[in-house]
Ligand binder design. Structure first.
Ligand SMILES: [Zn+2]
Ligand SMILES: [Zn+2]
Length: 312
């Protein structure tokens, strides 16, 4: 029986011809029957892909043959073979959409001016030595609802684009002379975020090397990570130890919950936390915003019950 895995990696390196890299990556993905998404930009490549372990190994080996991508750090996790609906390979102005493509500078060593990368031992040592360390969440705010570093500052951002506005508004100016440790899922967002923060006057900026995935895998139930990690694939969330208590709570009954479900209206992109018991009601029902904006019109997902449901 085939063993399915998921690979997660990024590489910041100048790519002079992103479109030809896209075509090459598309061909590789198709050749080895992979699904998931790849973003290519003139700053590098960012990928999350699922497939059989043999095919993914072939894909990674071939991708590493590209100049500048020889040393990409690939994170492996278990997959099911149905973790992503399709293969999507796109060229974008940025690997991560902060909305400042011309501000991000990349050379052969990666993002120019980024925060100092810290491995798990270095993160723990810094926090042990200094009492003013600030963990700064580099993800969308809803992701932090189910898991975050101990005492983290969670910016009120709906998308990565909101970071610059929040930082420029002065919301975090009081943290400018404290040691800041940025973190995100696999590290890619913080490569850029840490550089943008340093440019904006944050004096001592670090980044968790390899992101939450690397840190929490090394620490399990111990360490400074708390709760679950949100992932955008069909797993929805990942825990790094048995018996982790969910940090979030169900939108219906407030019971502990770690799993985000789509609103029952297919035209709505709201994600809501639901416990196992309330999941059928949440996935069949609508969120309050839908009901307020489109009271009579309902685009049911294939799983929805007949009729126009009330808000859940
Ligand atoms: Zn519930
Ligand atoms: Zn909705």
């Amino acid at each position: 029986m085939a063993t399915y895995k998921i690979v997660l990696f990024y590489g910041f390196t100048p790519l002079a011809a992103p479109e030809s890299v896209r075509l090459w990556q598309q061909a590789l993905g198709e050749r080895w029957g992979l699904t998931g998404r790849v973003v290519v930009s003139r700053h590098g490549i960012n990928a999350t892909l699922g497939g059989t372990v043999e095919n993914l190994k072939q894909y990674v080996r071939t991708t590493r043959q590209h100049p500048g991508l020889e040393h990409i750090d690939v994170k492996w996790s278990d997959g099911t073979g149905a973790d992503f609906p399709r293969l999507s390979v796109k060229v974008r102005p940025e690997l991560v959409s902060f909305g400042v493509p011309d501000e991000v500078e990349v050379d052969e060593r990666g993002v120019v001016g980024g925060g100092v990368p810290l491995g798990p031992d270095e993160v723990d040592a810094l926090v042990a030595e200094r009492d003013d360390v600030v963990f700064f969440d580099g993800r969308n705010a809803f992701e932090a609802e189910i898991g975050r570093f101990k005492g983290a500052v969670v910016p009120d951002v709906r998308t990565t684009r909101d970071f610059i506005e929040q930082i420029d508004s002065g919301t975090f100016d009081h943290l400018k002379d404290r040691p800041i440790v940025t973190y995100c899922t696999g590290g890619v967002r913080c490569e850029v975020l840490s550089a943008l923060m340093r440019k904006r006057g944050f004096e001592e900026v670090y980044q968790v090397a390899g992101g939450i995935v690397r840190y929490a895998e090394a620490r399990g139930a111990d360490g400074l990570w708390e709760g679950s990690l949100y992932v955008f694939d069909e797993r929805r969330h990942v825990e790094f130890a048995d018996g982790v208590e969910p940090l979030g709570s169900c939108v219906v009954c407030s019971a502990p919950a770690a799993r985000y479900e789509n609103c029952g209206d297919a035209s709505c992109r709201t994600l809501r936390l639901a416990c196992a018991e309330c999941t059928p009601a949440v996935t069949a029902g609508r969120c309050e915003a839908c009901v307020a904006e489109r009271p009579g019109s309902f685009v049911p997902r294939p799983t929805a019950r007949p009729g126009v449901p009330a808000a859940v």
